[in-house]
Ligand binder design. Structure first.
Ligand SMILES: [Zn+2]
Length: 161
């Protein structure tokens, strides 16, 4: 039983799912195992029932990687031009590129630097452990202590679609 069985066909016309189908058209398809119906796409391990990306971990519905796998296996057809682009970076790579700990913090106070470092570590933790996010699914708020002060981070729109 997979998301692509006929009884699940309604799911794929949901607007959120259509967005993922559109975004599935240009990805880095690294390998497809036709016998096992699985593959590596954008660095994620993907099958017809699950994917190692954060989007799937949060929503438990087919992500763009799963749509692309299904397309490659010829069990689901994506509209428009479908491209295999090895230069496409995954979310983790984009985030690490966008938010490195940089020289920018040189002029900051100790507490600012500490907060920046904690944010960076937190972001790294989230990127490396998508399941951590699930623990905070209910509130969308993560809290941690810096010098005994409780600091809360609210995460919204964290997931690429
Ligand atoms: Zn995925």
């Amino acid at each position: 039983m997979t998301f692509f069985d006929p009884e699940n066909s309604e799911l794929h016309s949901d607007p959120d799912q259509l967005t993922r189908q559109k975004n599935a058209r240009r990805l880095n398809v690294q390998s497809i195992d036709y016998a096992a119906s699985s593959g590596i796409i954008n660095g994620y391990e993907v099958s017809l029932t699950k994917c190692s990306c954060i989007d799937f971990s949060r929503r438990r519905k087919p992500c763009k990687h799963m749509y692309r796998l299904a397309h490659e296996l010829e069990i689901f057809s994506l509209d428009g031009e479908v491209i295999n682009d090895p230069t496409v970076k995954n979310w983790k790579e984009q985030q690490l590129e966008r938010y490195p700990l940089s020289e920018k913090f040189q002029g900051c106070s100790t507490i600012e630097k500490q907060i920046a470092r904690e944010c960076y570590n937190l972001r790294k933790l989230l990127i490396e452990n998508p399941n951590v996010i699930e623990d905070f699914e209910k509130t969308g708020i993560l809290s941690l202590k810096i010098d005994g002060e409780k600091i809360c981070f609210e995460f919204k729109n964290l997931v690429e679609t």
